[in-house]
Each structure stands twice: as C-alpha cells, then as structure tokens.
Design a protein around this ligand. Structure first.
Ligand SMILES: *Cc1c(COP(=O)(O)O)cnc(C)c1O
Length: 388
C-alpha cells in the first residue's frame, strides 16, 4: 500500500489492487498456494509464512485488495460473512453492549441474541436512521454501533458520517456492514467508520458460487487485534476461495454498473405499476433516505423491495417467476427474488419483524445483470399471476 499506484480510480483498483500477480514468474494472477505449512531455513528463520491459518499468500493478496478498495490499511478474509461478523464481535468483552440498527441482517441479530448474549455481550436495537433515537440507545456500557446502509430488507438509509461522529464523541467503534453497496459504491472507512464488514458471498463474489467474508480497517491497533482473533479463532478463507474472490472482484465495476442500471429501470417500472403498492429503493428521489444516500454513496445500489396491492398474493408471485429464481442470497449475476418474512428474516421473532416493518407481503429483489427487458417481463408476468 505504501508504493504509489499507477492508477487512481476504483475501476482500475478492482483489477490491479492489492498484491497483483506473481513476482517470481510474472504470472498476471496470484497463484493459489495450496499449502498448510512452510519450510523454515533454520530455527526462527523463515520467509514470513509459517502456517496457513496465520497467513497464506493467496489469502493475503485478497486481504490487501479489500483493504485498498475500502481505503483501509489492513484486510482480513473469513470463511463466511458470519465468520467475519463473529470475529469483529469477538473484540468485545462480557458486560459490553452493542447497538445494532433495527434492520440488520437476520444472522447478525441471531449471533448476538443466541451466542454472544451467553457471554454477556448484550445488544440494543435502535433505529439508526433516526439519530436522536440512536443517541438515546448509547448508554455507558455501549462499546460499538453496528449498522447497514442500505439496511435489509426495507433499504433504510443511515447517515454513516453522522453516526461515526456520535460514536467517536463517546470513544466507541462504528462497524458498518457494507455488503449491499460494496466499496465500488460506498466506502464507510472514508466516512469515519472503524470497521467495514462484508458478506463477500454477495456482490464481491458475484456469481453465487463462494461463501466468504471480509473485513477492512484503518487503525493499526484494530488490525493487530483482528489478526490475533482471526488466527486464534481460525475462521479463515481457504486459498482457492480467496483466488475465486480476487478473480470475481476484477469485474466488480462492470457488474455493479449493470446491476444498478437494471435496478434503476426496474424500480421506475414498478413505481408505475398499478398492482404495486410501495417500492423501497434508495435511488428513487422520493425515498426517505435519498438525500443522505446520495451524499455517501454513488447511487441507490441494486436491491429493490416492493409490496403488492391488496388482491395480489406474494406466494403466487413467487410461483409465477420463470427466469428470476426464488432464492436466499443476493448480489449474483442472476436476478433473485426472496420473501424476507419467511426466508432472510425468519430468525427475527414475528413481533420484532412487525415493529420494524417487515410485513408478510414484502418481496425483495436482487436485480441481476441479465437483459433488463427479460427481467421486467418476468416480474410483470409474475405480478399478473399473483392476482387473486
Ligand atoms: C449474507 C449476509 C451476511 C452473512 O454472510 P454469509 O456470507 O452468508 O455468512 C451478513 N450481512 C449481510 C448484509 C448479508 O447480506
């Protein structure tokens, strides 16, 4: 990272960033180092690699890439997004409290509620899009705020820079799960966040074929602590998966451009559809978070959530899809549709779901990079089939 780079734009950084190629052979791609251990020349003398849980050159190339893309100084790769989240939450100790936004990923809520709570690391749920409500939740035992923007599934926007200010005024950490935007569209560390998390399973992987998680940080102290946790707890990403992610990230720019272009067109089409009651998309000028999002991100991303009018059934909608797949997950090249209440957010109790506006009628779309006319035609046909 110290060496000055021969490019300035993230469109080039996704291709040339991090540790690029292989110095030894000139190969333009980082080799896959399928090795668990490394031969040492003599006691205490080695080339910087000892054991692949601690460090592996292929993983290190990916880790330096995510650090560079997010504008951090260090990156860490994990076996899943949840392993990355778990590592970040392992920074805290019993008696600490984490404030999470009311729309965080269901698995993030679950690990706090069912695992970390057993170790007396507690959580408070707050509406992070409302800074006053968030501030009220910041009691003295709170050590971190964990947010997503846009947040799943209503695509609620939180002002990242403003929350960073609130956090830093109290000397606590801001953790941002940037899965929905990727560093191509939004860079939370540059907005003041301390830790950025990713489910790289989604847009960074982009092809629905790898489960992976990434972290990027700015501070050397956090980097050291997270590397300690990564090595101590061992939830690392394997070399082959690290290679696949590096390969995928090279096309992140072109993929995101198409994802967003398609999402903007589909959101406009849904807004004009007589069978659609409400469209949640932060790229719409009418969206409640539009102005804040525009300030902190390149555009509204490519996730759209919508509700059908009365007289239309969500179950029938999903059965009516032919090209768009009914599936969990998001961020792949193919368009996916899901039902948050019974799928991604099923681990959140129904009362809490209701409180935060996740109705049984919500439909979430991960808009892929197929031809927009094919996507629109499939969605329109499914809406027609949904009529009772
Ligand atoms: C999918 C997801 C996760 C969890 O990541 P896995 O790779 O499935 O473990 C975390 N946060 C968000 C926003 C996600 O969409």
């Amino acid at each position: 990272m110290s060496k000055s780079k021969p490019y300035r734009n993230i469109r080039s950084a996704v291709i040339h960033g991090g540790i690029y190629g292989d110095e030894q052979t000139g190969a333009v791609n980082t080799p896959v180092y399928l090795t668990s251990t490394y031969q040492q020349e003599s006691l205490g003398q080695h080339k910087g690699w000892e054991y692949s849980r601690t460090g592996n050159p292929t993983r290190a190339a990916l880790e330096s890439l995510i650090a560079e893309l997010e504008g951090g100084t260090a990156g860490f790769a994990f076996a899943s997004g949840m392993a990355a989240t778990t590592a970040a939450l392992s920074l805290f100790a019993s008696g600490d409290r984490i404030v999470i936004s009311n729309n965080v990923y269901g698995g993030t809520f679950r690990v706090l509620d069912k695992v970390f709570k057993n170790f007396q690391i507690n959580y408070t749920i707050a509406d992070s899009s409302d800074l006053d409500a968030l501030e009220t939740a910041l009691t003295p035992e709170v050590k971190a705020i964990l947010i997503e923007s846009p947040a799943n599934p209503l695509l609620t926007i939180t002002d990242i820079a403003a929350v960073a200010e609130l956090a830093h005024a109290r000397g606590i950490l801001l953790i941002v799960d940037n899965t929905f935007m990727t560093p191509y569209l939004q860079r939370p560390l540059e907005l003041g966040a301390d830790i950025v998390l990713h489910s790289a399973t989604k847009y960074l992987g982009g092809h629905s074929d790898v489960i992976a998680g990434l972290i990027a940080v700015k501070s050397a102290e956090l980097a050291e602590r997270l590397h300690f946790i990564q090595n101590a707890t061992g939830g690392i990403l394997q070399p082959l998966d690290s290679f696949l992610l590096i390969r995928s990230i090279k096309t992140l720019g072109v993929r995101m451009d198409r994802h967003v272009e398609n999402a903007e067109q589909l959101a406009a089409a849904l807004c004009g559809h007589q069978a659609v009651r409400k469209v949640h998309y932060p790229g719409l000028t009418t969206a409640p978070g539009y102005e804040v999002n525009r300030k902190q991100a390149a555009n509204g991303g490519a996730m759209i959530t919508f509700e059908l009018q009365e007289g239309y059934d969500a179950g029938r909608f999903f059965s009516g899809l032919r090209m768009v797949a009914l599936a969990e997950s998001l961020g792949g090249v193919e368009s996916l549709a899901c039902h948050p209440a019974s799928m991604t957010h099923a681990s959140i109790p129904k009362e809490i779901r209701k409180q935060v506006g996740i109705s049984d009628e919500l439909i979430r779309l991960s808009v892929g990079i197929e031809d927009i006319n094919d996507i629109t035609a499939d969605i329109s046909a499914a809406i027609e089939a949904a009529q009772l």
